[in-house]
Write a protein that binds this ligand. Structure first.
Ligand SMILES: Cc1cc2nc3c(=O)[nH]c(=O)nc-3n(C[C@H](O)[C@H](O)[C@H](O)COP(=O)(O)OP(=O)(O)OC[C@H]3O[C@@H](n4cnc5c(N)ncnc54)[C@H](O)[C@@H]3O)c2cc1C
Length: 432
């Protein structure tokens, strides 16, 4: 059947891979190349807009559990992410250029057509999957508003990237927290005096535009560092500047530590972990240079803040990611109200599985509620007064049978084990 995927980001590329592998005639319409978004930097498909981390792979983490579920569903982009992985301790971080290149190669090998254009609505023929992401163009946002009622939004921020050779290596050191795993992170320590000056300048620095996010509609998981700093003297030391377990090479304890994560395999660029910001570019350079290892840092990309749009899914969407008003139109990715790279890939895969099932007149596939994927499907359809995007976390899963397990790690492992077993059964039943 003719399948049109609008948006060649994470969800769109995953959906296109799945649908093409099922023998459908797939076209991806991607506007970059004709029109850019405020956050993307290239014309490449599956570009990661901010951090290069796809988060933890640990079996006692919700993002690790989500990855295990995706493997059971034969997720294409996750396989490519592992191929493009850069060292990042217990996390899966990728070389973003390689990841995009591998994705483009994969789509080509599957015969997916890619057209560069700004789409303004669903196709008349076949099934359309709308995967335009949080920075959906205005034309498509208008179309969605017509189809689904008013759109919702919050504000999201991106962290800066600096070149490796501009970091003062005399003042930075490699270490893993509590010496667990490989020492992949480059740590930039601060004394108490340096931290206090940094915080003072950060709070009073000039911001790019005074946005509504200051009134509170900022996503807690991606809070600008200046907003966090203003919350209290030690807020950053309990957050991205947490020093515990990161002793300096001479054995002393730092007062605060900024961690830098490798951006690519070459190791010539580093991401300032947790430093998403809305400061003016000149202010980022001035204030971040107060961190001793970054005094002369060269910025390959400055942090920015952006409006993040999603549809008010409960009421307008089905749990299989199709629209109630038009079951041949699916909304996938962040636009549907999931939050995060891997969550967007997961919704792309689930939407595509269901588009294929719709084409073949099969019942929808909605994973069990004990799985992260199933819980995310339920999230988009559960009525909520204040509908907010959701990322993978154990809080969205139903309690374990047989009472609460006291040990936190064991409890999380038990959630993962239960979810994986249920997902295995569900995939087998659905013939996936
Ligand atoms: C500023 C910002 C920072 C983020 N940082 C992180 C992070 O660090 N970690 C994390 O896990 N998540 C992050 N997210 C959240 C989310 O995971 C990403 O936005 C992710 O890329 C969403 O995937 P997607 O496929 O839904 O959208 P995208 O990957 O953005 O893909 C959407 C695609 O649709 C295209 N498009 C838009 N409109 C049209 C149109 N009319 N016609 C054709 N094409 C169109 C766009 O050009 C784009 O290529 C961030 C989001 C934002 C906004």
């Amino acid at each position: 059947m003719k399948m049109t995927v609008i948006g060649g980001g994470l969800a769109g590329c995953e959906a296109a891979c799945y649908l093409a592998s099922r023998g459908h005639d797939v076209t991806v319409k991607e506007m970059r190349g004709v029109k850019n978004t405020p956050c993307h930097k290239t014309e490449h498909l599956a570009e990661l807009v901010c951090s290069n981390s796809l988060k933890s792979v640990g079996e006692d983490t919700a993002s690790g559990m989500l990855k295990a579920e995706l493997e059971l569903m034969h997720c294409s982009l996750l396989k490519l992410a592992y191929k493009a992985a850069v060292p990042a301790g217990g996390a899966l971080a990728v070389d973003r250029s390689l990841f995009s290149a591998l994705t483009e190669e994969k789509l080509k090998s599957l015969g997916v057509k890619v057209i560069r254009c700004e789409a303004d609505g669903a196709e008349e023929e076949g099934i359309t999957l709308i995967a335009c992401g949080p920075m959906v163009s205005e034309k498509m946002a208008e179309y969605l508003c017509e189809k689904c009622g008013a759109g919702l939004h919050f504000y999201d921020a991106v962290a800066p990237i600096v070149s490796a050779d501009s970091i003062d290596m005399e003042k930075a050191y490699f270490a893993a927290r509590y010496d667990k795993g490989e020492a992949d992170y480059l740590n930039c320590p601060m004394t108490r005096q340096e931290y206090e000056l940094f915080r003072k300048e950060l709070i009073s620095a000039e911001r790019a535009v005074l946005h509504d996010f200051e009134k509170g509609d900022v996503f807690e998981g991606c809070m600008p560092i200046e907003v966090l700093a203003a919350r209290g003297e030690d807020a950053m030391r309990y957050g991205p500047l947490r020093p515990v377990g990161l002793r300096m090479p001479d054995g002393s304890k730092p007062y605060a530590v900024l961690q830098l994560r490798r951006e690519n395999l070459a190791g010539d660029a580093y991401n300032l972990v947790g430093f998403q910001t809305n400061l003016k570019f000149s202010e980022q350079k001035r204030v971040f240079s107060l961190i001793p290892a970054l005094t002369a840092a060269e910025y390959l990309r400055y942090g920015i803040m952006h409006r993040n749009t999603y549809v008010n899914a409960p009421g307008v969407m089905n749990a299989d990611f199709s629209l109630k008003s038009d079951e041949n139109v699916f909304v996938i990715g962040q636009l549907s109200g999931v939050e995060g790279y891997v969550e967007s890939i997961a919704s792309g895969l689930m939407g595509a599985i269901n588009a294929d099932r719709r084409a073949n007149r099969k019942a929808p596939f909605v994973p069990p509620k004990s799985t992260i994927c199933g819980a995310l499907c339920r999230h988009i359809t559960s009525p909520a007064g204040n509908y907010q995007p959701m990322n993978a976390n154990f809080g969205i899963l139903p309690p374990l049978d047989g009472g609460k397990i006291k040990d936190k790690k064991q409890r999380k492992r038990a959630y993962t084990l239960r979810g994986i077993q249920d997902m295995e059964r569900a995939c087998a039943d659905a013939g996936l």
